[in-house]
Ligand binder design. Structure first.
Ligand code: 5RP
Length: 248
């Protein structure tokens, strides 16, 4: 009954979705055009915004005859790379990446991110950590002064399945808020990640020192990784409602 869901999520109402789709595409195209060069090893993130980045990458590889090697952050990313006939690799063969491009669920003023809405946060963090430059692409809905203002679903945390109850209790006791086990859309069972783990979503009550909180949660036995990306992103491209691209 466990359902695999990684990298896919539905977005809001139809008209706002159409606008957001355009914004995602603008951000993704700008990031690929500005950061990808011939002979790069590229980390390919997960989610719906990254779909546009891979689309643009494939166009450029064909038109400019670029030699690009792609390292995926999820099964979804792997399938995208293969679908576009791009060169697929891994961290065994390419442990150093020139650039990683990925989406985010929320980006604050300090470029701290919440990621993992699609459940791929662990591999995303590993790949981003191996890249010289970590570039984020997002639509205007992800732009925030302080985490929690835009993304209401909390911080995703990947955990070893047998430990999800003690980890949930420990987080609530120490940091407050509510922790829930992420269930599949069908409600038939929990979401299972690409690494065969579960995802907890921690709805926090107030802004925190995210560096400290990230560290403290990571130290709880059974926590694999958190969706807090602190001090990792170098630049963010936001596609805006008016058709422009804003960077931070
Ligand atoms: C998946 C992620 C995604 O990058 C994040 O959820 C953003 O997704 P989208 O581009 O579909 O809004 O972290 O784990």
């Amino acid at each position: 009954t466990h359902v695999f869901v990684c990298g896919s999520r539905s977005s809001g109402s139809r008209s706002s979705s159409v606008m957001a789709e355009e914004a995602k595409k603008l951000a993704a195209y700008a990031a690929v055009d500005n950061h990808v060069r011939n002979s790069h090893v590229l980390g390919v993130g997960s989610g719906s915004t990254v779909v546009y980045a891979v689309e643009r990458l494939a166009q450029r590889v064909r038109q400019e005859k670029l030699n690009i090697v792609c390292v995926p952050t999820s099964f979804q990313a792997r399938q995208l790379i293969l679908k576009h006939s791009l060169t697929l690799s891994d961290l065994d063969r390419h442990p150093e990446l020139d650039v990683a491009i990925d989406g985010a669920d929320e980006v604050d003023a300090m470029l701290t991110l919440i990621k993992g809405g699609g459940g791929c946060l662990t591999q995303e963090k590993i790949v981003a950590g191996c890249a010289k430059h970590f570039i984020v692409i997002a639509d205007y809905r992800k732009d925030s002064k302080s985490l929690g203002q835009q993304w209401k679903k909390g911080v995703p945390i990947e955990v070893i399945p047998m430990a999800y109850v003690p980890i949930s209790r420990s987080i609530m006791q120490r940091f407050g808020g509510e922790v829930s086990l992420r269930m599949a859309v069908s409600k038939a069972g929990p979401v299972v990640t690409d690494n065969s783990n579960f995802i907890l979503d921690w709805k926090f009550e107030q802004a925190q020192n995210w560096k400290e909180v990230n560290f403290a949660i990571k130290m709880i036995p059974g926590v694999v990784e958190t969706g807090l990306f602190v001090g990792m992103a170098e630049k963010v491209y936001f596609g805006m409602e008016d058709g422009t691209v804003k960077t931070r």
